[in-house]
Write a protein that binds this ligand. Sequence first.
Ligand code: ZN
Ligand code: ZN
Length: 404
Amino acid sequence: MFKIKTAIITSLLSMLILTGCSQNTIALAQNNNSVNATYDINSFLPQDTGVVENTTTTNENQNTQSYQQTSANLTVNYIDIGQGDAELLTSDGHSMLIDTGTPESGSKIRLFLQKQGVQKLDYLVLTHPDSDHIGGAASVITNVPIDTVMMPDYQKDNKYYKGLIDALNYRYINPTIPVVGQTFTLGSCTVKVLGPIRKYDDPNNNSIVLKVTCGNNSFIFVGDAEEEELYDITNHFGAELDSDVYKVGHHGSHNSSSESFLRYVTPVFSVVSCAEGNSYGYPHAESLIRLRSIGSHLFRTDKQGTITIKSDGANITYDPSPCDNWTPGENTQNSQSSFASTQDTTSTSIVESSQYVLNTNTKKFHRPDCSSIADIKEKNKKISNQSRDEIINSGFKPCKRCNP
Ligand SMILES: [Zn+2]
Ligand SMILES: [Zn+2]
């Protein structure tokens, strides 16, 4: 499946080179909404030999030529908002924003919308109510007209969620809970809801999952969906998951991008949205290894800033080019003693002055330098100055990795 897709894209790239780029350049130049309306033809070229496998498939060229007749188009901006997610999709003057980053991201996103000439959103999709996804929502909802706000059926008890609900009430917007299998249009594209298939305990697994199809190209967005949700989606949709571009789940966390899921998606391109030097160590090595092993090309907002990927229904173009930088955000070389270097300064100073780190969810406790601390969610992480015995007496078990 991947090979065929690769061959098609590759032959398209070569066709572009052989036949000249005038058609493409015109199409792109007309769209002044994009970050870089004028593309360098070199940016269409694959940057290494990973994609170039076949340059002489004439039949495929002819097939794809007919796709080019369609007027479908889509621009996806994976906005660099630091540690979080925010993607702006535009097609034929219609727009959809998926997630709004952290509370600090609101004004940045609004400025970005302004620069793209987006004065109104057809859809705002809030994949799940974690603060790195709904953080800027109140600011966006209050200031930008929106037709439809989509949220999963999952509430969270924090000030950002409350702020979001207040903003919705202020604008008299009744959020919609999308139904799995439902489709709707965005300009010349079709959006299909793939998840969440059922209700899960934690917010990440309740992420709204969408596949956006533009002619012969497709983009998949999974929010922070982890193994549980991806497992159900894989079982339910199977081959339908096949997509050209994958917004990497959960910022490249090890518990997302499951192998079985990727086997069906087989993305030619994958985009990780995270902050440089983030305290979670994203993207994790395990996730990067899985993406690399299926031959996907990698974009990263932490290394490249905002990533713009376009489809005209047949060709995928991008700016900048994939970085294919497979260096994980976590410090894998000396993880036992390098906790401090993978954490932000605030959490480091807290940890250094204490004795143990508790995971209130798993009821395990760790030494401050244990490598598994990077995997504990902030909400479950607690620093304790209590003695070992006191911690054990209050129901915690020592971690088997660091043996506190
Ligand atoms: Zn997230
Ligand atoms: Zn999350």
